[in-house]
Design a protein around this ligand. Structure first.
Ligand code: ATP
Length: 315
């Protein structure tokens, strides 16, 4: 799989702060990649380096196959960016904001620019707000306008720095839907503290803490699908009911939860998928009300990872 973003030993030192320490991260092309980390972890700094707005102290980065040099206009035209605090002239109308950005970054006739503006309005669902002044927009609409100005050049990579911050549930929902709608059209690299949202929408994760990569990889790896199954039988069969499962070579651990509930940890997922339901039914003779792989939440994984790091530091 090719990569949309890659960094090599990326390091940024401010006068007293090591904002990034030898960060090697990868964002695979075509993914929606969630960029996680506590306040001050270095997410904004990373994104600003990728945009050529900040120079690294050491290390380098490649964006869409090109080295980031800070003034590479050709690559910049293929990257859309929404900063953490996008500033708009409050008296501008929505259409004028997009027109302003389009004139600056796109080439083409006046009519082509207008078409791009209309398409961006449509894409972010602001067509009926086109003549409103920015100051009259809700938080969610303003953020959608920010995404609109970032996608107006139909970029191959979209970098969004906390696009949902400060939004109410409806605004968050809108932004999430918008990102989901862009999936497949461009690679999306976005930072967020709202782990539920990230879990819902991202297919790849990069975790940063105090300037260091903690972990990164496909979402399935973090959620650990399939290693443990929850089984619920109709009526409690008592503690012995499924005990013979323990003797099977692909069963690692069996836990009786009471009320007909069991957890079966397995070493071989395909064996479990072939055999588990049949075996449970044969052993218990009961109706199997539920049988499903247990998923961890991204929040559990994330907090677990950070806690582990804090413990390591304390010891
Ligand atoms: P948040 O989630 O709070 O936005 P973040 O992960 O985006 O945090 P950064 O904004 O990249 O983190 O900050 C990383 C560290 O670098 C912090 O300690 C911050 O105070 C410091 N820092 C960032 N910009 C500067 C700067 N211009 N001068 C000095 N220190 C800075």
């Amino acid at each position: 799989m090719s990569t949309a973003v890659e960094t090599f030993g990326l390091t940024k030192r401010y006068r007293r702060v090591d904002a990034l320490r030898s960060v090697d991260l990868t964002v695979p092309e075509g993914t929606v990649c969630g960029f996680l980390g506590p306040n001050g972890a270095g997410k904004t700094t990373t994104m600003r380096i990728l945009m050529g707005l900040v120079r690294p102290t050491q290390g380098s980065a490649r964006v869409l196959g090109n080295a980031v040099t800070g003034d590479d206009v050709a690559v910049r035209a293929r990257v859309g960016y929404l900063s953490q605090d996008p500033a708009f002239y409050p008296r501008f109308r929505v259409r004028d904001v997009l027109r302003f950005v389009a004139r600056r970054f796109l080439s083409g006739s006046r009519a082509q620019i207008e078409t791009s503006v209309d398409e961006a309005l449509e894409l972010v669902g602001l067509t009926d707000r086109a003549d409103r002044r920015v100051k009259a927009l809700s938080g969610g609409e303003r953020q959608r306008l920010g995404i609109g100005q970032a996608v107006i050049g139909r970029p191959d990579l979209l970098i969004l720095d906390e696009p949902s911050v400060g939004l109410d549930p409806e605004g968050r929902f809108q932004v999430l839907g918008l990102i989901d709608g862009l999936r497949g059209r461009m690679t999306i690299f976005y930072s967020s503290h709202i782990l539920d949202d990230v879990q819902r929408i991202a297919d790849h994760i990069v975790m940063l803490d105090r300037g260091e990569i903690v972990d990164q990889g496909p979402m399935e790896r973090f959620l650990g699908t399939g290693a443990t199954y929850r089984v619920v039988l109709d009526g409690d069969t008592g503690g012995a009911g499924l005990a013979p499962l323990r003797a099977l070579p692909w069963v690692r651990e069996l836990t009786h939860l009471g009320n007909g509930g069991w957890e079966v940890a397995v070493t071989d997922q395909s064996a479990a998928e072939r055999e588990l339901l049949r075996t449970v039914h044969r052993l218990s003779g009961a109706v199997v009300r539920e049988l499903r792989p247990l998923m961890r939440s991204l929040e559990e994984v994330y907090l677990g990872v950070l806690e582990g790091r804090n413990d390591d530091r304390a010891s």
